[in-house]
Design a protein around this ligand. Structure first.
Ligand SMILES: O=C(O)C[C@H](O)C(=O)O
Length: 514
């Protein structure tokens, strides 16, 4: 190893961070694509297969179009290992240099990313407008280089992070499996579950967060067999989590995780801290090294490794075409759980902040700025449009964050249907059944593909909310799956149960040699 002190220019850090964030906004890691392609081939649940197919097609389109894989372009998380033989030529802090890179990447005019960070999280929750600040972890290590692992972590999967301190004798595997079974699918499976064990509370979380960026190698591990207790746990968790039958987008199916990561660290004799963090289908991370010779040189991945899935492969039989202009309650009542619909016509958008404002207006007895009667609402916060786009990537956001507003909105407005992502909670399902207002899902992680079915976008209300404002979209053949029907039946309840049973029956059949 070269032990001379090396000087690294501040510009190299900012430029490399900006380039890396642009790169991961449109290039999935090839290992994830390889594993997801295998999951697509293997999948037997039609809805889950369709969802994985959409994620793969979206990935290829994003890579060629150099536009974000997902509308949630993430919270930037950096793990920097700074060699003690490095001198950084800068009057500013390391975090400041990273944030300069973040700012440039998110405001890049060719591929603007969605600023999703709010300051004053307890109070006014004001968007910082350039996605700063990043979360930066720095470790001093031997050597004279800086190794930076950078990730853009989606909010939906981050929301499902969990932590516990177990008794030293308790089973980590049981806690992880029980916890994953309660997470629902807002974390956008198929992805990864990463587990950190030991250290202290914050150390366990960091272990899990860092481990999820390691290469995906579950097939290799399964064929060579475990070499230590961490690897034994990885295999057990991989099999048991997939055995839950959650499947892609929680629709029920064979693949919930393509890998499980486990990292551990010595801990107190009385303790067993355990952290769990899911990684969603918008799996975005990259590691690069700076050695004083300029910014990192990032080579595009070999896109021939991306499967050639086209829209024609995603048409399932019996797709129902729906005209949103002139939609009636009789028609929405005929939609059955699990059916694929292609929506055309006008729909409104609205997510967290717009829902809060609308319900505040209802509570204050004031009129809403837009009439929701007879309309369909899509829970989305898109990326800003560029060039000839009418809207940037525009995938669904997690619907159950809006459950608290649902009863009031359905009772007061005459809304006809809702489109979002993942399961609804019991109270929202009861409201859906009470007001006969079904709930549909679009595929989380297929945002660029979905944006291509949006033919026009018009700002309608709450402009100051930025990407959270209410728009009217005109869509053509936007693919969605019926998730909760007007009787309150939910595919997110029935799908996983069905696939869990099928997998259990299959493994019984295998064990008795049928
Ligand atoms: O913020 C979003 O657009 C989506 C969010 O990441 C979510 O998964 O709910």
């Amino acid at each position: 190893m070269n032990r001379r002190t090396r000087t690294i220019a501040c510009e190299d850090i900012a430029t490399s961070v900006a380039d890396a964030l642009q790169y991961i906004s449109y290039y999935h890691p090839p290992d994830y694509i390889r594993y997801l392609s295998q999951a697509y081939e293997r999948e037997q649940s039609p809805s889950a297969k369709n969802a994985i197919g959409q994620i793969l097609l979206n990935s290829r389109m994003a890579a060629f179009g150099r536009r974000p894989i997902c509308q949630d372009t993430g919270l930037v998380v950096v793990f920097a290992k700074v060699g003690m033989g490095v001198r950084i030529k800068s009057a500013a802090s390391f975090a400041h240099l990273v944030n300069e890179g973040v700012r440039r990447a998110y405001l890049d005019p060719d591929n603007p990313l969605r600023p999703s960070i709010v300051s004053d999280p307890l109070g006014r929750r004001l968007n910082t407008r350039d996605n700063t600040p990043a979360v930066v972890h720095v470790e001093l290590v031997q050597g004279n280089q800086i190794e930076i692992t950078i990730a853009a972590k989606g909010g939906g999967s981050e929301n499902k992070a969990r932590f516990t301190t177990l008794n030293p004798s308790a089973s980590v595997a049981n806690w992880v499996v029980d916890t994953v079974s309660t997470l629902g699918s807002g974390w956008c499976p198929p992805g990864l579950i990463s587990v950190g064990i030991g250290g202290s509370a914050e150390k366990a979380m960091l272990l899990a967060k860092e481990a999820m960026n390691e290469p995906i190698d579950m097939s290799e591990l399964l064929s060579r067999g475990p070499g230590n207790v961490e690897e034994e746990l990885r295999i057990e968790l991989y099999e048991r989590i997939n055995g839950l039958g959650i499947g892609a987008q929680g629709l029920g199916g064979l693949t919930t995780v393509v890998d499980v990561k486990v990292a551990s660290y010595p801990t107190h004799v009385a303790s067993k801290p355990v952290a769990l963090i899911p990684q969603c289908a918008a799996n975005r991370h990259l590691t690069f090294t700076l050695d004083g010779k300029g910014p990192a040189q990032l080579q595009p991945p070999d896109l021939s490794q991306w499967p050639q899935i086209g829209p024609e492969d995603l048409q399932t039989t019996g797709v129902r075409r729906v005209n949103l202009d002139g939609l009636t309650r009789e028609e929405t009542a005929s939609w059955g759980c699990g059916e694929t619909l292609l929506l055309s016509g006008k729909m409104l958008t609205g997510r967290d902040a717009a829902h809060k404002r609308m319900v505040d207006l209802i509570d204050a007895g004031k009129p809403l700025p837009v009439d929701l009667r007879g309309r369909v609402i899509y829970y989305v916060g898109p990326v800003r449009a560029v060039r000839d786009e009418v809207v940037g990537p525009a995938g669904p956001t997690t619907s159950n964050r809006l459950d608290n507003f649902t009863e009031k909105l359905l009772a007061q407005t005459g809304l006809l249907a809702m489109v979002g992502k993942a399961e609804r909670g019991p109270a929202a399902i009861a409201s859906i059944a009470r007001y006969k207002t079904p709930y549909l899902v679009a595929v989380g992680g297929a945002a660029y593909l979905i944006s291509k079915s949006i033919k026009a976008a018009r700002l309608v209300a709450f402009e100051d909310l930025g990407m959270e404002a209410i728009y009217e979209f005109e869509v053509q053949d936007m693919p969605v799956i019926m998730a909760v029907d007007v009787e309150g039946n939910s595919i997110h309840n029935s799908g996983p149960i069905e696939w869990r049973k099928r997998m259990a029956a299959d493994s019984i059949a295998r064990n008795i040699g049928v």
